[in-house]
Design a protein around this ligand. Sequence first.
Ligand code: HEM
Length: 350
Amino acid sequence: MDHKISMYLFVSYLAIFTLFFKGFVSSFPSGYNNGYNNGHGYGLTSNLNYRFYDRSCPRLQTIVKSGVWRAFKDDSRIAASLLRLHFHDCFVNGCDGSILLNDSEDFKGEKNARPNRNSVRGFEVIEDIKSDIESSCPLTVSCADIVALAAREAVVLTGGPFWPVPLGRRDSLTASEQAANTNIPSPFEPLENITAKFVTLGLDLKDVVVLSGAHTIGFAQCFVFKHRLFNFKGSGQPDPNLAASSALLSKLKDTCPNVDSSDSKLAALDAASSVKFDNAYYVNLMNNRGLLDSDQTLMTNPTAAALVKSYSENPYLFSKDFAVSMVKMGNIGVMTGSDGVIRAKCGFPG
Ligand code: HEM
């Protein structure tokens, strides 16, 4: 073959290989320098490692998986609850298991912060898994890593994507009720505020859209969306977006009558398929059927709306991007090495 042609082919192959490899690696970030803070708020780089417990606790992933499956057999909602637990852990001083710490006489943790009280679930499941792990590999695996693995298992169990979870997080000795109240987005705040909370932690608008897709499973209590059903913004009418979907609106009014006693009743975040991790959440948004204000409001931002549209049309793209954003979220503010501790019980700091 002509020398010039073979040189040309070699350079082309090299370019294709480089592009492909870069794309693949950046899809599943791992092994980063510890970036609790990179000067722009939180960094999303960390020293986590996929094989962190390969030697010290080889059965870890099997134990977590069977713990999540066991719980799911009795309560299919637990999958959604475990996924949310990881989110609420990571958004408050990083993914450090802080949300699991119990309140005591002289300590107020995050469990009873506004976004968590009578809402976040799954603590017993994590504690049961921890106790199984302690029997096999004592004082080795952090509660924060168990929560990250349980969230992944929950997604897989409901039909969503698998992703390798980088490991090696350490647990905090403390927690912050105040940071939980401030950092965790509220369903009543505008998209700009929600996005700002993500950006402070090193995430971006795309992560807001992708991770909101977690609302393809699970439930919300009536009080978080009831204002949309009867008297939206003082109009005496339902939210016009919801009114466009009259079947859904009347079903929600049945579940959540306009009386205080219905506040803690539950409605599916994705009425189409509440135990199936699919892209129906985005199809719902395209049809004005988002349950929370903070869900439907994604359609008011052109960039977010374009992403919603593409996920509603392409479930594989959603699965792929969800896995990437979950790894990103799981890197928020992690402690590694000799920082923090490995707790013996997830509810107690010692
Ligand atoms: C973007 C901002 C977000 C807001 C404003 C928000 C708000 C909410 C609210 C109000 C509920 C219902 C809680 C209740 O009624 O007790 C809920 C449930 C849920 N959220 Fe979000 N969320 C957001 C993002 C996320 C993210 C990033 C994830 C996970 C990656 C997530 C996962 C879930 C799940 C799975 C449930 C159902 C939990 C269950 O059934 O136990 N959410 N969310």
